[in-house]
Design a protein around this ligand. Structure first.
Ligand code: COA
Length: 388
């Protein structure tokens, strides 16, 4: 059953930008308006994500500020914050509101600036990101996000025998996909040797296992099933699921199962009336290479413990049987955190329209987006399908 449809998509390139949050977001939103063929008068609500603008550049209460910037002041506008899952949460809530008949046509999007353009270098930005970890139990230990995902991945390696070389294949694959994406932060190839020779950040992750700090914005226009046929290229949202897991890390039943992703996937698959076998490709939250391995198992693309070998065997490559992150993912496309969830929806929309050139997944009719926040404490899963 169609819950809502995406009828317009836009985003900036991800990377280093001198532009302000307002300029970046307006660029993506106007791009989405143009793509849908709508104007501000057609929009009746604004669901927006920004995770850390208050901490990084003293800029909060952004929903009405950006609504003003893109010509929709007056409509209900709300900011969401769910760490790295921020704008997927905005998208899920917009889809549910449209599905419930509360709104007809909604602007959804996110923006973030994470590079030194904000005045914050790697150390300060790492500290700010760590505010998404547990205030009493994790932050005092000095645990930051490379460390969080390193602990989860180390445990997966211990239990299943996943290797650093298998992780490196994830980075190599996503860097290759990034070369086909003109909006990617890194449009260059990498080799397994280069990944394995790069400096250690948090064992087992090396610099080349990590996503970068990026600036960028993404936006989509979501409309009701009834209105979708009046647009050129609607893509249907058939399932959305969100779930939470125990925080801090020490309370989780296993460090590597990413239970919220399993629960959110089950909800999204049930709503869409499909299984993982019906999904042609996925955009998953590969903030670190190990996170992609864990996600690929949690969404049911591979059996538990098979994510690493599958990556090394090329099964998740563009021409594999289970393509993952055709956009280049967070690793190569970049990770401006509040924009990442919506950017995944942009990629699903453009893939399902057959509009992405060299990174096109042949005959794709169904795609899935997996966006997590914090130490996998929040996960949002969205399933989108070509309109039947
Ligand atoms: N992948 C590939 N190359 C990267 C990179 C990455 N993640 N990060 C930086 N680089 C490149 C830079 O382009 C630069 O290349 P150049 O010398 O050719 O110009 C070089 O590596 C050094 O860049 P710099 O910015 O000085 O690196 P850094 O050591 O300050 O930061 C990381 C590198 C990996 C520590 C940082 O990107 C990081 O912490 N990433 C994770 C972000 C994060 O935790 N996000 C939240 C996830 S939940």
């Amino acid at each position: 059953m169609t819950r809502a449809s995406v009828v317009g998509a836009g985003m900036t390139a991800f990377g280093v930008h001198e532009s302000t949050l307002s300029e970046l977001f307006a660029t993506a939103a106007l791009d989405a308006y143009d793509d849908a063929g709508v104007g501000p008068a057609d929009i009746d609500a604004f669901y927006f994500g920004n995770a850390m603008g208050g901490q990084t550049e003293n800029d909060t209460h952004l929903a009405p500020k950006l609504a003003t910037e893109v010509g929709i002041a007056g409509v209900p506008a709300q900011r969401f914050e769910d760490a790295c899952a921020t704008s997927a949460s905005a998208f899920k809530n917009a889809v549910q509101a449209v599905d419930a008949g509360i709104h007809d046509t909604v602007l959804v999007g996110g923006v973030e600036r994470c590079t030194p353009e904000t005045g914050n270098g790697t150390g300060e930005m790492t500290r700010i990101f760590a505010s998404a970890s547990h205030r009493q139990y994790e932050q005092p230990t000095g645990l930051t996000f490379p460390g969080v995902f390193a602990l989860m991945t180390k445990r997966h390696m211990h239990v299943y025998g996943t290797t650093e070389e298998q992780l490196a294949h994830v980075a190599v694959k996503n860097h290759r996909n990034g070369t086909y994406n003109p909006r990617a932060h890194f449009g260059r190839e990498a080799t397994v040797e280069e990944v394995l020779d790069s400096p250690i950040v948090a064992d087992p992750f090396r610099l080349m296992d990590c996503c970068p700090f990026s600036d960028g914005a993404a936006a989509v226009i979501v409309t009701s099933d009834d209105l979708a046929d009046s647009y050129d290229a609607p893509v249907d949202v058939t399932g959305v699921g969100q779930a939470t897991d125990l925080v801090p890390l020490g309370l989780k039943s296993t460090l590597y199962a990413t239970q919220a992703a399993r629960d959110a996937s089950a909800k999204a698959y049930e709503q869409a009336g499909i299984t993982a076998n019906d999904v042609d490709f996925a955009e998953v939250h590969d903030c670190f290479t190990g996170a992609e391995v864990l996600a690929s198992e949690a969404i049911g693309f591979f059996e538990d413990g098979e994510g690493g070998p599958a990556a090394a065997a090329g099964r998740s490559a563009l021409d594999g049987d289970r393509p993952i992150n055709p956009s280049g993912g967070l690793k190569a496309k970049g990770h401006p955190i509040g924009a990442t969830g919506t950017a995944q929806i942009v990629e699903l929309t453009e893939q399902l329209r057959g509009d992405v050139g060299e990174r096109q997944i042949d005959d794709a009719t169904c795609g899935l987006a997996h966006n997590l926040g914090g130490d996998a404490g929040t996960t949002v899963i969205s399933v989108m399908e070509v309109r039947g």
